[in-house]
Ligand binder design. Structure first.
Ligand code: SF4
Length: 330
């Protein structure tokens, strides 16, 4: 591990301005991803700013009936919160599908959003990787790419975003709140937070240098049944090959409205707008729902070892839609 300096921030603005004043700075909270990356020298910050004592660890009601989640709220606390369990079960289930109990006790809301890809080559400093070392190439293209993207990829990078929590937040239309070094605050809808890799895969989101996530707000939950389903190589402590978060509202035997987000398919939690439009009016019988699911992710393209993913994504969605319709044997 490279040497670095360390400071503890006392206010969010102090943290952001301190980050902007130093070279190669990283905020640290739970450290569940950053410390691994530092040990491997994938991340080599010169300065760490500890934000654990900023007091941003509350879950509060908002005036419009939603929730305000501090950036330091631990994943296990968020999953167990009775308001989340009752009103946002898709979020609670997604959180509990992620990592392990020990990691969820440390990992924070803000850190979960910002965690880096689990592409094997990103973690192997002997291999070319445009995300880790821009311009070096992408070992996953033409390499072993079983866990990689089927949508949103580029000729520079085919990595996926690994978060479960972010997939649920995407379907809930969460808003990410930040403070910058100059004290300015802004609100970023989660659908505008992540960037496609293009030819700059090292730039993963729209945050400026030193900009700190302070909290996330959830609007009131939309009507409908919430489902989260994750498909992975083992029953726990594994990242998603495919995950689906859905909120589906049925009225008079048909889908009145559907929100659907996929994880494990691209560089960000992925909404398929065309699919959601096509869902309206579809009957709630199993054949109609599974037929609808077959139309998902029309642009999906495998990279070789992950050619199974488009099929797996559609079958997982089919099961999710049937479960949302009220059947328990999907
Ligand atoms: Fe690096 Fe992205 Fe290629 Fe993985 S897919 S090796 S993260 S450039």
């Amino acid at each position: 591990m490279k040497q670095f300096t360390y400071a503890r921030a006392t206010t969010p603005t102090d943290a952001a301005s301190s980050a902007a004043a130093h070279r190669r700075t990283r905020f640290i909270a739970g450290g569940t991803n950053l410390l691994d990356l530092m040990k491997l020298e994938v991340e080599t910050p010169e300065h760490l700013i500890d934000i654990n004592r900023l007091g941003l660890d509350a879950i509060e009601e908002t005036a419009d009936g939603g929730l305000r989640i501090g950036t330091l709220v631990r994943n296990s606390d968020l999953a167990a919160d009775p308001r989340v369990r009752e009103r946002y079960p898709v979020l609670s289930r997604a959180l509990l599908a992620g990592a392990s109990g020990q990691l969820r006790n440390k990992a924070t809301t803000g850190g979960n959003l910002l965690q880096r890809t689990r592409c094997y080559y990103f973690y192997d400093t002997a291999m070319p990787c445009n995300k880790r070392h821009p311009g070096s190439g992408c070992a996953a293209i033409g390499g072993y790419n079983r866990i990689h993207a089927i949508v949103g990829a580029s000729d520079s990078c085919i990595a996926t975003h690994p978060s479960d929590m972010a997939v649920a937040m995407r379907v809930l239309d969460a808003v990410i709140h930040t403070v910058a070094a100059d004290g300015n605050v802004r609100e970023i809808p989660i659908g505008e937070f992540y960037r496609l890799p293009g030819d700059t895969p090292q730039v993963e989101n729209v945050l400026a240098d030193g900009e700190l996530i302070t909290h996330v707000t959830l609007p009131p939950p939309p009507p409908g049944r919430q489902v989260y389903r994750k498909v992975r190589d083992r029953a726990s402590y594994a990242f998603a090959l495919i995950s689906v978060a859905a909120i589906v509202n049925f009225e008079e035997g048909r889908i009145a409205d559907a929100r659907i987000a996929f994880g494990g398919v691209g560089p960000m939690p992925w909404r398929d707008d065309e699919l959601e439009r096509a869902a309206r009016g579809v009957g709630s019988d199993e054949v109609s729902l599974r037929t609808l699911a077959e139309t998902a992710l029309g642009d999906a393209r495998g990279q070789g070892h992950n050619d199974f993913k488009p099929v797996l994504a559609r079958r997982t969605l089919g099961a999710v839609l049937v479960e949302a319709s009220g059947r328990t044997d999907a």
